[in-house]
Design a protein around this ligand. Sequence first.
Ligand SMILES: Cc1cc2nc3c(=O)[nH]c(=O)nc-3n(C[C@H](O)[C@H](O)[C@H](O)COP(=O)(O)O)c2cc1C
Length: 211
Amino acid sequence: MNHHSHASAPALDDAAALEIPASEEMLARLEARRSVPLRALAGPGPTPSELARLLTLAARVPDHGRLVPWRFIVIEGEARRALGEQLDALYATQNPELPPAKADMWTLYLSRAPLTVVLVSRPDPAAKVPEFNQVLSAGAAGMALTVAASAMGFATQWLLKWPGRDPEAAALVGARQGERIAGFLHVGRPRMVAPDRPRPLLDEVVTRWGE
Ligand SMILES: Cc1cc2nc3c(=O)[nH]c(=O)nc-3n(C[C@H](O)[C@H](O)[C@H](O)COP(=O)(O)O)c2cc1C
């Protein structure tokens, strides 16, 4: 074998597997992870250094071609109200019959969690890497953020309601041409231990090839 990409293979073939101990702490946290309803999230949110760490971990995902086909928009503090009011104004123009009680529903929506990270999918359609691979990388970033938040003692809920679906609302949130909002990842301290939901039975989602 003299192909260039195999140049270092013989040395690796001789090396023993590294012994990396299992992290029971990490496994226990992953086993307990679940969404917490938005209304059950509370402050305080992450400190600036915690937020930087959270986003650094979220950005640490498989990414075919290193295209970084996603980005994050952080909404916290006063920005929640400012964006909420813009969304409410747009929603009112789209829904003229809206009952007064719902006039501030998007301001309320964004006020519940101390931090919302908007996950933006931005695949490059001209890249050689299939768009599907790029979109999957964005989903991975969302999950990485969710897991990192859990490791840091926060809870999350990933929602994609009207502000994520409606192009005019998505533009107010900050989505640019060719971008799509993949989720509002609401982050906060859980006010309660949320009940778990039934999880898929392995028998229903796992088959063994050849059997
Ligand atoms: C892309 C995406 C969008 C979602 N949007 C909504 C939504 O708009 N409304 C909703 O009730 N749940 C939505 N969910 C599901 C919630 O996140 C739900 O709480 C979650 O699936 C619970 O699972 P978990 O406990 O394993 O986190 C969405 C999930 C994903 C992945």
